[in-house]
Design a protein around this ligand. Structure first.
Ligand code: BGC
Length: 970
């Protein structure tokens, strides 16, 4: 190493002319967001936070100051008047989470804002141009129906104010005892508008899932609103600008209400209707504010003047079971102003929501808070066309979407009036080519449709979602009985089928490609699995009767998820569910939302999502407000474990102790060791205890709790010492001698420096017992990969990544997988399916290897000491047979690119570092001969500073801009 350093220093002596400061000072500001969302409507946060991104290709660009203007109208903003807030010129490089500091905001107010910045060039401090950028394009946010609560509480204790709106429902909804397969409720009213509409905004919420319609059109494109929360704590509302949908004269507004997540046999909810005052309950709440050109205001609210029916076309709508739609029962024009609703009933006030009672009939003092939905709504994000159709049995048609996906099919249905079709959804086919549904357990995943006319009709369900690659369509065309049976069989046309990919629409953040088809396919599988498991909450799977916010799964997948998509809004929302599901003793649930703990909860690695996921959000989005919101909850969790285990080894109260779920010991294979792969449960538990305590110490420090910071840092050190004493031998081996145990001890930095290489060696030696394979489960497979690379075994990591034999990621692919499986051996050609009671083909936990791909193939690593990608490391580690890789990541501060290629013994690396950030760029030591930047030998410059050797790589401190690094093989 020493010799290398000397040679490297020598190479620095060759001159690389200092680049002149670019004359072109072009500097733009874009991608304006408020609370992570573009132009959000309905915000209930008293001091919303603003984000912008700097745009410039000039090297060394920074922001030295900014000015934000917020105005009550577009005109005022355009004329440069911030009547709500003019921040003035603020000397600061802050571009994210800039807190609104202006006048108190009122209910429904639309705030127009723009920002300009003062750049500095050349990477040096103090050489500001003195000239401000152009103003950004304007952006907006609209406040929700809030009274201004307590403005001293930054995250907004805004009190929802609904202008007298009431929760309404159909009279029959009062008696719901089994919310499963019930017809949807339809609610409506007409109203008159006298005058030209200047602006109209609607806020709505529901128990169950609702869809809002106005004058014959759907409002917005959100599906399954108000989405999934702990309904007895918090129900979300949604806001929409509907200015263009309201007319002068007669208008009609209506809502369809189905069960959604609130009832039936929904996992984690099924404690029985009546036990939870809200389970199965239905209701709808709405406020529509209209402002006329003549200055008058009009408000339409849900109240007893609405009419309802349960005699509409949706005969059943259920998350697990599907939707039954009888188009003959459609009410034409029900959502317009002309509709005659005398045949409908008068609605009831849903007093069971407004004044909930427990199952003994006594009032409960729990009133769910109405909160604005912070996360991106569930939407149709993509559409796919089928790749084929088969007929494995006469009259049974199976359409192949070519991709395991989540959502539903939009089907154009032909045939005479009364023709009935059934669409059953499944992920895989049985050996005889028929649909395999045993692994769905009790989820029926079946939609039905009956035609209303002889013309072509379009069927698309909205109150369900399915996990599937195949859809089986059967049916009968409604032609006279005297025709021979074959002519009555319904034959679908694949051209008439469209797969709608439905999920929480977090924006895509990462794109990845490399020279290996194998790795590209693996990343595709990971991303598709992510698309399949974001439905308001991070789920374990999208197909069987589960689909719950399992904490352990997202805990391991969280960083991969962040590389692939912008998860800031999604996690901000879900961490609220996590807190709502926390027990009073401090223990976190196994999954969130969790209604009443049916399970023990407090399970190592699962409950620890309550510390690990917010920490990821902080590392990647620098969200200190979220840390503040979450701190007490995380601290209570660590205190819970500590109180149960005062001697600092987590030996007692391991909840459901899922341990390293689905590890090697669960694999069925001849000759495969049946024991010894699973890490000792208490070892895993204590490792997570140390890690969570350390995170809480950091959170305490960052939120200004000095005393707690000291206390939890000490606790974490104590746990590490106890861990070493109990589990670690002087030769660096661990109790149980499992790959998983080493991965955890190394990943959570539990071992003294001198034992790390020894432990890593033991970890690698353990492959032998498994014929070169992993024996790890969902908590440790990606951690094993990360620690192999970190400890000098990068080749081993590539070997595992590229492996095609069982068990491995490649094996799933070889069996035809297009998403990541729950188990290493979900299906084995010749052997068949694993145990159908737990065999999903769309489970993201084992896909957490995506983190390794991003951190080591692309080489992107956030730096938590400068969170939110303010500073980061680009350190690709080429290996295996890869010759090139390219990753582009839309960070919260702009686009980061790492693009490398190895050719003729040289490595070239093109990197992009966004303005106002900095990076450490590392070239592997192997390629550190004759390093050049943009083809010139390296010397000091305002943009690039050589840092010497770092972790077997040669490192440079790099200012914003685009650079080409090259190095020859040593
Ligand atoms: C889920 C898992 C989850 C586990 C807990 C399963 O049914 O699908 O992914 O983490 O239960 O052991």
């Amino acid at each position: 190493m020493k010799r290398f350093a000397a040679m490297y220093l020598l190479s620095l002596l060759c001159a690389w002319p200092v680049r002149a400061v670019a004359a072109d000072a072009e500097f733009g500001v874009g991608n304006l967001r408020c609370e992570y969302r573009v132009d959000p409507v309905g915000v209930d946060i008293v001091k919303p936070r603003l984000i912008w991104i700097l745009e410039s290709s000039t090297r060394g660009q920074k922001q030295t100051a900014y000015q934000v203007l917020v105005a009550g109208s577009r005109d005022l903003l355009d004329s440069g008047k911030g009547d709500l807030w003019d921040s003035g010129k603020v000397e600061s490089d802050q571009t994210i989470h800039v807190e609104y500091e202006g006048k108190t905001l009122k209910s429904g107010m639309r705030c127009w804002w723009k920002v300009r910045v003062w750049p500095a060039l050349g990477g040096g401090e103090g050489d500001a141009t003195g000239k401000a950028s152009e103003w950004s394009k304007p952006a907006t946010w609209t406040m929700g129906p809030v009274e201004t609560g307590d403005p001293s509480s930054p995250e907004g204790s805004a009190v929802a104010s609904w202008g007298g709106a009431r929760w309404i429902a159909d009279p029959r909804d009062r008696d719901i005892t089994d919310a499963g397969a019930l017809p949807a409720t339809m609610l409506r009213r007409s109203f008159k508008v006298s005058g030209k509409v200047k602006r109209a905004v609607v806020y709505a919420s529901g128990l169950g899932a609702y869809e809002l319609r106005l004058n014959g059109k759907r409002v917005g494109d959100q599906l399954l609103a108000p989405e999934f929360t702990c309904y007895d704590n918090r129900i979300q509302y949604q806001g929409h600008d509907v200015t263009d949908m309201i007319m002068s004269g007669a208008n009609g507004i209506g809502a369809t209400l189905a069960t959604g997540w609130n009832g039936e046999h929904f996992f984690g909810m099924s404690i029985g209707i009546g036990k939870n005052p809200f389970q199965g309950r239905r209701g709808f709440l709405m406020r529509l504010d209209i402002e006329l050109e003549n200055g008058k205001r009009q408000t339409v609210i849900t109240d007893p003047s609405w009419r309802s029916t349960r005699g509409g076309p949706i005969r059943a709508g259920s998350i697990y079971d599907g939707e039954a739609y009888d188009a003959r029962l459609e009410w034409q024009g029900w959502d317009t102003g002309e509709f005659d609703d005398t045949a409908w009933r008068q609605v009831i006030i849903a007093d069971y929501i407004e004044n909930p009672k427990d199952f003994k009939g006594e009032s409960v003092d729990r009133k769910p808070a109405l909160r604005w939905q912070r996360n991106e709504p569930i939407r149709i994000v993509k559409e796919l066309k089928p790749v084929g159709m088969t007929e494995p049995e006469s009259g049974v048609f199976i359409i192949d979407m070519g991709q395991n996906m989540v959502g539903w099919c939009r089907i154009q249905v032909h045939g005479r009036q009364g023709t009935e079709i059934k669409a059953r959804y499944g992920e895989v086919l049985d050996e005889d080519g028929t649909l395999y549904t045993a692994n769905l357990r009790r989820a029926r995943q079946t939609d039905t449709y009956i035609k209303r006319s002889d013309a072509m009709e379009v069927f698309e369900p909205r109150f369900t979602y399915h996990g599937f690659r195949y859809v089986e369509i059967t049916g009968r065309t409604n032609i006279p009985w005297r025709y021979e049976p074959e002519r009555r069989v319904y034959k679908p046309d694949p051209k008439h089928v469209t797969g709608c990919v439905v999920h929480s629409a977090s924006p895509d953040a990462g794109t990845f490609k490399c020279s290996s088809d194998h790795v590209n396919r693996l990343m595709d599988m990971i991303v598709w699995t992510q698309r399949g498991n974001m439905h308001s909450v991070p789920t374990d799977c999208p197909q069987r009767d589960e689909r719950a916010g399992w904490m352990g799964d997202i805990q391991s997948f969280s960083q991969t998820a962040i590389f692939n998509m912008d998860m800031a809004g999604f996690f901000s929302k879900w961490l609220g569910d996590v807190r709502d599901s926390q027990r009073s003793d401090g223990s976190y649930a196994n999954f969130s939302p969790m209604d009443l703990e049916r399970w023990k909860g407090g399970t190592p690695a699962w409950a620890d999502a309550g510390t690990i996921v917010p920490w990821r959000v902080y590392q990647n989005y620098a969200d200190t407000r979220l840390l503040e919101e979450h701190y007490e909850s995380a601290r209570r969790w660590v205190d819970y474990v500590h109180n149960k285990n005062p001697n600092l080894l987590w030996d007692r109260d391991l909840g459901n102790s899922f341990n390293d779920w689905l590890n090697g010991d669960k694999i069925k294979k001849e000759g495969w060791p049946t024991k010894g792969g699973e890490v000792p449960a208490r070892l895993l538990a204590t490792a997570f205890f140390a890690h969570s305590a350390e995170i809480v110490a950091k959170m305490a420090f960052l939120t200004g709790r000095k005393e707690d910071a000291r206390k939890y840092a000490e606790l974490s050190r104590g746990i590490k010492a106890a861990f070493i004493k109990r589990y670690v031998k002087p030769d660096g081996s661990l109790e149980g001698n499992t790959q998983a145990g080493y991965a955890l001890a190394l990943r959570f930095n539990l071992l003294p420096a001198e034992l790390r290489p020894k432990a890593a060696k033991h970890m690698v030696n353990e492959f032998k017992r498994y014929d070169g394979h992993m024996s790890t489960g969902i908590q440790t497979s990606h951690r094993l990969m990360l620690e192999l690379t970190r400890n000098g075994y990068n080749d081993e990591a590539y070997r595992l990544l590229n492996m095609k034999e069982f068990p491995s990621w490649g094996f799933m692919m070889e069996q035809g997988a297009t998403t990541i499986w729950e188990r290493w051996d979900g299906y084995v050609k010749g052997r068949g399916f694993q145990d159908p009671t737990m065999n999903s083909f769309n489970h993201w936990a084992l896909g957490a290897v995506g983190e390794w791909i991003w951190r080591n193939i692309v080489g992107l690593n956030p730096d938590e000491s400068k969170p939110g990608w303010k500073h980061f490391v680009i350190a690709p580690r080429p290996g295996g047979d890869l010759t090139w890789a390219r990753g582009r990541y839309e960070s919260i501060r702009g686009t980061i690119i790492s693009d490398w290629r190895v050719e003729n013994g040289s490595l070239r690396m093109d990197v992009t570092v966004p303005p106002n950030t900095s990076a450490t760029v590392q070239l592997p030591a192997e390629y550190s001969r004759d390093v050049t930047i943009d083809g010139q030998a390296v010397t000091e410059s305002p943009f690039v500073r050589a840092l010497g050797m770092k972790e077997s790589a040669v490192a440079f401190a790099v200012a914003p801009g685009q650079y080409r690094f090259s190095g020859d093989k040593r």
